[in-house]
Design a binder for this molecule. Structure first.
Ligand SMILES: [Zn+2]
Length: 325
């Protein structure tokens, strides 16, 4: 069982990031998730590059989450997508003609921009994998001109949305693998989207499927952690995909904090490929205590043989360059 830790903090102070990555490594984590929003890399590519190298030096595999690209995925900041803002014609339109704040993944211009961005990150930074966080998929049936042209039968648009969503993800992950076949591809679902797990598990170029078991945030009983986890494990096991179960170690008051141990025990009992959590994430009543508790729980997981990542599959890393707007 591997440990994955999300690190959604500033990269501006090298001595702080170095210390944090060493601490994350010392709890037995082998993977770290960073998120980048569209607007960020162009402003501080040097900080990003330095932090990624520090994480690598600490022995961590680096997984990059595409924060709110096209507003299709989640991200640590509640900032809207720069692409969608600048390309309002790419937005999803529902059956009533209302536009929604997400880009339609069937637009060729959106796809080529997104795939170009992914290739840029993979070839310019020391990255081991790409993460799609809580993708907004077929929840709104799109009636935009592109979708109607691709699916002239208007009664089939709803099913087309779901089929084309899976096709879009499949093409995205295939593009990642075409840059480097060793690159890890993962997707993390909210529990309400677990109905997609079975179809996602059939995407050949997808390695890992995760689930955000955020019971408190979703106003559910902690017992749901086990139920949701079981659904995910069923799909990942039958299609031999890696499973990733997320512990909610954020947004906890003192009362909810006491349930961390139960949620963690339920996750470990399911024996996922990876247990995932956050390094000091938002809105805890006792941030220090929640991280200390998380650390002590993670230390209960039997350690694998430590190894140091050399990123030998990347022949030569280019120096990142600032991208223009
Ligand atoms: Zn559309």
């Amino acid at each position: 069982m591997d440990i994955t830790v999300a690190y959604f903090h500033s990269f501006f102070r090298p001595e702080v990031t170095k210390r944090d990555f060493e601490q994350i490594r010392s709890v037995g984590a082998t993977n770290v998730v960073f998120a980048v929003h569209e607007q960020e890399e162009m402003r501080y590519s040097r900080d990003l590059e330095r932090a990624l190298r520090q994480a690598l030096d600490a022995g961590l595999n680096i997984h990059l989450s595409l924060g709110r690209f096209g507003n299709l995925f989640a991200g640590p900041s509640l900032m809207p997508s720069w692409y969608t803002f600048r390309h309002p014609q790419s937005r999803v339109q529902d059956r009533h003609g209302r536009v929604h704040g997400i880009s339609c993944f069937n637009h060729e211009s959106f796809r080529s921009w997104l795939f170009g961005e992914i290739e840029y990150y993979l070839t310019n930074y020391p990255i081991n994998g790409i993460v799609l966080d809580e993708p907004r998929g077929p929840d709104i049936t799109c009636f935009c001109s592109v979708c109607r042209a691709l699916c002239p039968d208007i009664t089939d648009l709803q099913h087309f949305r779901r089929r084309s969503f899976i096709d879009f993800l499949s093409e995205l992950f295939t593009r990642v693998k075409s840059v480097d076949s060793h690159m890890n591809t993962s997707i993390v679902l909210l529990p309400q989207d677990l109905y997609l797990a079975e179809e996602l598990a059939q995407i050949a170029s997808l390695d890992t499927i995760g689930c955000h078991l955020f019971w408190q945030l979703l106003n559910e009983d902690v017992a749901r952690v086990k139920e949701w986890g079981e659904v995910l494990m069923k799909s990942t096991r039958s299609h031999k995909k890696c499973s990733q179960l997320w512990l909610q170690n954020f947004s906890l008051d003192e009362q909810h904090e006491e349930l961390l141990e139960q949620a963690f025990a339920d996750i470990v009992d399911l024996d996922p490929g990876e247990v995932a959590c956050y390094y000091y994430w938002r809105n805890n009543t006792n941030p220090e205590r929640v991280w200390e508790k998380t650390r002590s729980l993670l230390r209960r997981i039997p350690r694998r043989q430590l190894y140091w990542n050399t990123l030998s599959h990347l022949p030569m890393l280019k120096t990142p360059t600032m991208k223009g707007l």
